[in-house]
Structures are given as C-alpha cells and as structure tokens.
Design a protein around this ligand. Structure first.
Ligand code: SAM
Ligand code: SF4
Length: 323
C-alpha cells in the first residue's frame, strides 16, 4: 500500500504522455511555450508501462492518461491496451479536450478504456474559440457524441473564467443534464503559465449562478475518493465543483502524477519532483518504486491556492503535470 507522510493512502496515478497541445486555453497554455521537451527525452510507452505495472503491484487502482493533449501522441490506444491487458479491472480513464475523439473514440474503447473526461468550457462557438484560442466547438461536440456512442462513460470538465465563460455555466450544466453526463466545474488554479490577469470564479460564485435557475440544490455528503464536492438539484441531477481554494481540499488527496519525461510530482501546486527515468530505462524497477515511496514521504500536506497572497503563484504548468 502506498501511504504518504500524512497517512493518506495513494491509489490513483495520473500519467501525462505529452505536454504538447492543439489548444491554447487561457487558463493553461495561452501561448505556445518557448520550447517543447524534445520527443527523444520522453519516456517510451514501454518504459511508462514498466512503471505503471510496478505501481499497480504497489496498490494503484486507478490510472488516468492525460497531457497536454494525450490524443496527440501516436499509438495511445496501444498504450491503453498494454495497461488493460495487465489488469483488466483497473479503473482506466483518459482526460482530453475532445478534439481528436471523432477519429479515435472507437479505438480507445476497443483498447479497454472505460471512462473519459472531456473539457467543455462553453456551448457558444465564439466563447469556446476565445477560451481555446481556436475554433473548436463543433469538433469537440462531435467528439463527445462519438465517445458516448461507443459506450465510454463521460464526465465534462468546465473551468469558469471571469469575462470569458462565466455566462455559460448554466448552459453547460443544462447540456450535461439533458445528455446524462456528469459535470464538474473546476475553480481556476492560478499559475504563472495562464493568461495574465485571468481570474476564475470561486465555488460560491459558481453556485450563485446555478441557484439563479435552481435555487434549492443541496450539498451531497462528500465521497472522499473524489476531488469534487457534489450538489444535487431538486430533480436528482448532481453536479460537482472542484474547490482547490478550500482549506480542506487536500485532506483526502490520493493522487500522484507522472510526467511524460518521467518526473514524479507529489502536488499540483509545488515544483518538487523526482525522476524515475534512468531507473525504468535501465530496468531498475525496484529503484523506481523506492523513488515513488520517497516522493510520497515528502509530499506536502496541502497546496497554497487556499492562501490569499497574490504575490505567490504556482509555477507548475498544468500542461506538463496533466492537471
Ligand atoms: N488537454 C486535456 C484537457 O484539456 O482536458 C488534458 C490536460 S488538461 C491540463 C487537464 C485538466 O486540467 C482539464 O480539465 C483542464 O480544464 C484543467 N486545467 C488546466 N489548467 C487549469 C487551471 N489553471 N485551473 C484549473 N484547471 C485547469
Ligand atoms: Fe491543452 Fe488541455 Fe491545457 Fe487546454 S487545458 S491548453 S486543451 S492541455
């Protein structure tokens, strides 16, 4: 079992397969980074898989593939199948912007993928284009539909940003309610790579907008394995809000992140990281597991988004860490 220095059990591994992306979301990667990690510096699928196997043997029960945009990396379905064939009851999921799903959803499902989280910040084509800095909406909606048609379980992620998509929250909620998708609104996590001046809506502001149409929603008792706090409308539909600015958000953290370059990252906020690259490339898997345990032992107790200090902002890039 993997336990950190604060007694938190870790059974969830997020694996970023690329930092590259075909969108330029204002809250994540508004401009193309000065340089990309050269492709030869990335861990191969075989090396990532060696580590995933070892972490499953150590108690990881859920693996999520993310990025950057994970569907930009060729052969992702083959990688997913490697994981599925090793342990077919693993909770295997993917987070994507959805743009490449029309062509890949069936292959992903056939490879063993069960669940998919898709980012959808607006149903207004101009707003979606403003957020992603590209005309994306029609293709993303086609991707969501395709994923649903092939039988993938869908969750929608929406990051409300002031002056961009704050007027779209109810429409995104309504869309998900009609289609039967789970939806989570994610508080914008301030970081150096986001667009200058970007401001997110906090949980209370998101709830105030939803209560304009649904004044009587109720808080659902917290499922400690989920980062989201769920709320239930009178008709039973539930929506979630991910509230990293709340002081107790990190208390149940069960996740560890691996970047495409082989860095293990204990917390989304801080720069701390340790590389398993040399160990896995040279088949010293026991050493990679030792590094994993060391990273967990040093994991911070909580992020600092809950600390109101505008001078201190996370320097971690979401597109490298994988969100
Ligand atoms: N490209 C894929 C996507 O957009 O879903 C996967 C990678 S993305 C980094 C993973 C998640 O992080 C997405 O749901 C995205 O909305 C979220 N995200 C990125 N930057 C964020 C920020 N500054 N604050 C909150 N969520 C963020
Ligand atoms: Fe790309 Fe996802 Fe970041 Fe948007 S949130 S820029 S889609 S990695």
């Amino acid at each position: 079992m993997l336990i950190d220095g604060f007694g938190r059990k870790h059974d969830y591994l997020r694996v970023s397969v690329t930092e590259r992306c075909n969108f330029r979301c204002q809250y994540c990667m508004p401009e193309k980074p000065f340089s990309w990690v050269p492709k030869e510096n990335l861990l191969s699928y075989e090396d990532l898989f060696k580590f995933i196997k070892a972490s499953i043997d150590e108690g990881i029960k859920k693996v999520r593939i993310t990025g950057g945009e994970p569907l930009l990396r060729e052969g992702l379905d083959i990688f997913i199948k490697m994981i599925f064939d090793y342990k077919n009851d693993i909770d295997l999921a993917l987070t994507t912007n959805g743009y490449l799903l029309p062509k890949s959803a069936q292959k992903l499902k056939d490879a063993g993928l069960k669940r998919i989280n898709i980012s959808l910040d607006s149903l207004n084509p101009a707003t979606a284009a403003k957020m992603a800095q590209k005309d994306v909406l029609d293709t993303v909606l086609e991707g969501i539909q395709k994923a649903s048609d092939v039988g993938l379980k869908i969750k929608i992620n929406c990051v409300p940003v002031k002056g961009v998509n704050d007027n779209d929250i109810l429409e995104v909620l309504e869309f998900c309610k009609t289609k039967g998708y789970t939806v989570r609104f994610i508080e914008f996590m301030e970081n150096h790579h986001a667009k200058d001046g970007a401001k997110g809506l906090n949980s209370d502001e998101i709830k105030a907008i939803i209560s304009q149409k649904y004044p009587n929603f109720k808080m659902v008792p917290r499922d400690t394995s989920s980062p989201a706090q769920y709320y239930e409308l009178e008709d039973g539909f539930q929506f979630g809000i991910i509230e990293p600015h709340k002081d107790d958000f990190c208390a149940q953290c069960n996740r560890i992140r691996l970047t495409a370059e082989g860095f293990l990252i204990p917390c989304l906020y801080f720069e701390d990281a340790m590389s398993i690259k040399d160990a896995v490339q040279n088949n010293r898997i026991d050493e990679a597991v030792e590094i994993l345990k060391k990273v967990l032992a040093g994991k911070p107790e909580k992020n600092r988004w809950s600390v109101k200090d505008d001078n201190e902002v996370s320097s971690r890039a979401f597109y490298q860490t994988g969100g």
